[in-house]
Design a protein around this ligand. Structure first.
Ligand code: NAD
Length: 324
């Protein structure tokens, strides 16, 4: 990076003391979740991320059936960056072959498996992955206490929960002792088409948890090439996002850049975690952040895109099981 290149902003994550780059590297694409990626492409994307100041990497055993963890681990090892210069988050309780298992026994084995695949001695954050698919009472009574033991054993520095419906956060945080959880990772709820995460920010801050905002591109909805085939949005939401992307393209603008900038504008969310699989995407997403810092967002295009998306604003999709 030359001295003229604007630096990425770093923001503090809740009470953890961690300072995360405002653009985080979502590594689910390294598990071929959004199309194939070679080891070389993955290594190059991770190398470029470091070069441009990204220090936060997020993966899970679920992504690509453990592939994402392995590919990220290899890329980090190949780079040889000192361990205290980056933050790695992984997850437990959701697996491609096994499905969901939030038992204390499974999550306790899970972290050892993840550390081996990542070739690390510890991760910085360990989340229970997509808890709405388990019993929330089990998460409160069994899984979080198991994660706390993993933390005490030094295998993770901090612990958290992830999932789609926002009520899971209040349900769990209302039932665990204060300070039990360090972080929450929410996805698809703070992007141009859905900003509902904003409503619970004061609550989350009152509980002292750090906030990671994943999927600023709504898992591909807010890109020119559109979402992957498995995307759970309704056809109405997909069509509206496609219309917004076409509008931007015709004006010579990038919907992905606008969407990144929209999410980055809210500084309550420490890091905007975007899924990346190429040097080009890393460069574009970092440029979105540095250009935002230098010259602000394109208000006129944002207003047009928001108008196109207004009929589907805050529309989500079902996720999880009926809680008893
Ligand atoms: P996203 O909104 O970040 O979109 C990713 C898609 O956008 C991919 O197809 C990627 O190739 C593409 N893309 C990235 N940069 C682009 C650019 N500049 N131009 C055009 N296309 C671009 O969705 P995501 O990857 O699902 O979310 C980000 C990360 O957050 C994930 O990789 C994962 O690490 C994490 N996440 C966690 C959970 C969870 O814990 N439940 C859920 C969703 C995401």
């Amino acid at each position: 990076m030359t001295s003229a290149t604007p630096k990425l902003e770093y923001r503090e994550l809740g009470n953890t003391g961690l300072k995360l780059s405002c653009v985080g590297f979502g590594a689910s694409p390294l598990g071929n979740v959004f199309g194939g990626v070679t080891g070389e492409e993955a290594n190059a994307a991770v190398r470029e991320a470091f070069r441009l100041g990204i220090n936060f990497f997020d993966t899970s055993p679920y992504y690509g059936g453990t592939l994402s963890e392995k590919v990220l681990g290899n890329a980090l090892k190949a780079l040889g960056v000192p361990r205290n210069e980056y933050v790695v988050a992984t997850k437990c309780g959701r697996y491609k072959e096994e499905g969901f298992n939030f038992s204390a026994d499974r999550v306790t084995r899970s972290i050892d498996e993840s550390l081996e695949r990542l070739q690390l001695e510890y991760v910085d954050i360990l989340y229970c992955h997509d808890i709405e698919f388990g019993s929330l009472d089990q998460i409160v009574k069994e899984t979080i206490p198991a994660l706390q033991k993993i933390k005490e054993a030094g295998k993770t520095r901090f612990i958290g929960i992830t999932g789609l419906p926002l009520h899971i956060y209040t349900y769990v945080l209302d039932r665990v002792p204060p300070g039990s959880l360090d972080v929450i990772l929410s996805y698809c709820h703070y992007c141009i088409n859905d900003s509902t995460l904003e409503d619970i920010i004061p609550y989350l801050k009152s509980k002292g948890v750090g906030i990671v905002n994943a999927s600023p591109l709504a898992m591909g909805l807010l890109t020119e090439s559109g979402p992957p085939e498995w995307h759970p949005a309704s056809s109405e939401l997909k069509s509206a996002c496609q219309a917004a992307a076409t509008y931007c393209k015709e004006k010579g603008k990038s919907i992905a850049k606008l969407a990144m900038q929209y999410s980055l504008l809210n500084k309550e969310m420490t890091s905007v975690l975007v899924g990346m699989k190429s040097v080009k995407q890393v460069e574009e997403n970092v440029a979105a952040a540095t250009e935002l810092a230098a010259s602000g967002i394109d208000e006129a295009t944002l207003a047009e895109v928001e108008a196109i998306l207004k009929p589907v604003k805050n529309q989500s999709w079902p996720s999880g099981i009926q809680q008893s």
